[in-house]
Design a protein around this ligand. Structure first.
Ligand code: SAM
Length: 305
């Protein structure tokens, strides 16, 4: 996929395989994270479902004691094929990226003609009882702003949680411009034309979304105001890149290499210290409104959205 907000059209340079964390290394780091107090893991990417051996990895991950929640973010292209295996591993929380309900516009946004495959994946997940099924929509003026109401209506008919994400200016070559940006409040006001939007209570495992439900709706609406309503004070995320770097903030290129000490065979105490350092060094504020956000070197596809 070459989503215009995430990946340059010509693709990205692939990292040599030996520089990418193996599944065994990922598991080891998750087991350590649990000791540091982490209880929730999200698998994202890149695209988690394209990596060979993903399901056996998921099985092992789901056996990690004290991990309370595992969830997955996917482009949905291979979801129909893998949904049952994912469910069998005990994982039923899933986020699928879908920025348009119009097959032709989907091609324009993603560069690929996979709309129907993604939709079939979502329907299969619903049939198998996944819950919640979150649909991530990056809101972009002039691209999919005319579909905000259609996505709102989708939550009336279906038990999906549609989450509108403010378009974030990450990566040097993404297509972000200020006139494409739609603030979360504007999305909310547009949605109010569909009927009363009831604000839902925020739970600690909800993540950054402000949640709402339209009257009589089966599903929910979430707003992720990453720019206008930045939730840095509540952000408890720590990202682990495929190259084995810990990243405390989506928007900051300050990373801690934990792969090298892991491969050097350093002891548990030493690795735990690095994890704690990454947690302690989480910035207070992403500062995106004060500096040029395009200075972020990595693309979202190599950080994990
Ligand atoms: N391949 C998976 C997928 O397509 O969902 C996981 C990786 S993708 C980077 C994770 C999420 O990041 C997607 O839901 C995508 O919409 C979001 N994302 C990527 N770039 C973004 C940007 N510039 N602004 C807002 N959200 C973005």
């Amino acid at each position: 996929m070459r989503c215009i907000y995430c990946m340059p059209e010509e693709g990205v340079d692939f990292v040599p395989h030996d520089q990418v964390l193996s599944y065994e290394e990922m598991l080891r780091l998750v087991e350590l994270s649990v000791k540091a107090g982490i209880r929730k893991v999200r698998l994202t990417g890149g695209e988690p479902l394209v990596r060979r051996g993903f399901i056996p990895f998921l099985e092992k991950l789901s056996a990690v004691e004290e991990l309370e929640e595992i969830s997955l973010t996917t482009n949905g292209v291979l979801l129909k094929e893998f949904a049952l295996d994912i469910k069998r591993c005990g994982i039923c929380r899933i986020n699928v990226s879908l920025d348009s309900l119009d097959p032709q516009k989907f091609v324009k946004i993603t560069g690929r003609d996979y709309f129907h495959r993604v939709l079939e994946g979502i329907e299969e997940a619903e049939r198998l009882g996944f819950h919640p099924i979150k649909i991530n929509v990056v809101a972009m003026r002039g691209i999919n702003d005319d579909e905000i109401l259609d996505f709102g209506r989708l939550t009336i008919a279906k038990p999906y949680h549609v989450r509108f994400i403010e378009f974030m200016p990450i990566g040097k070559r993404n297509s972000w411009t200020s006139d494409r940006f739609i603030p979360a409040d504007e999305i909310l006001n547009t949605l109010r034309t569909l009927g009363e939007l009831k604000a839902l209570e925020h739970h600690s495992m909800d993540g950054p979304a402000q949640r709402y439900r339209l009257e009589g709706a089966k599903g929910e609406i979430g707003l992720i105001g990453a720019i206008t309503n930045h939730f840095c004070a509540q952000c408890n995320r720590l990202r682990l890149t495929s190259e084995g770097h810990l990243r405390g903030c989506l928007f900051s290129d300050k990373e801690i290499d934990i792969k090298t000490p892991l491969r050097e065979g350093r002891g548990e105490e030493n690795l735990l210290q690095l994890l704690k350092l990454a947690i302690d060094n989480k910035p207070k504020d992403h500062g995106l409104l004060q500096r040029d956000p395009k200075k972020c070197v990595r693309h979202m596809s190599s950080i994990g959205g």
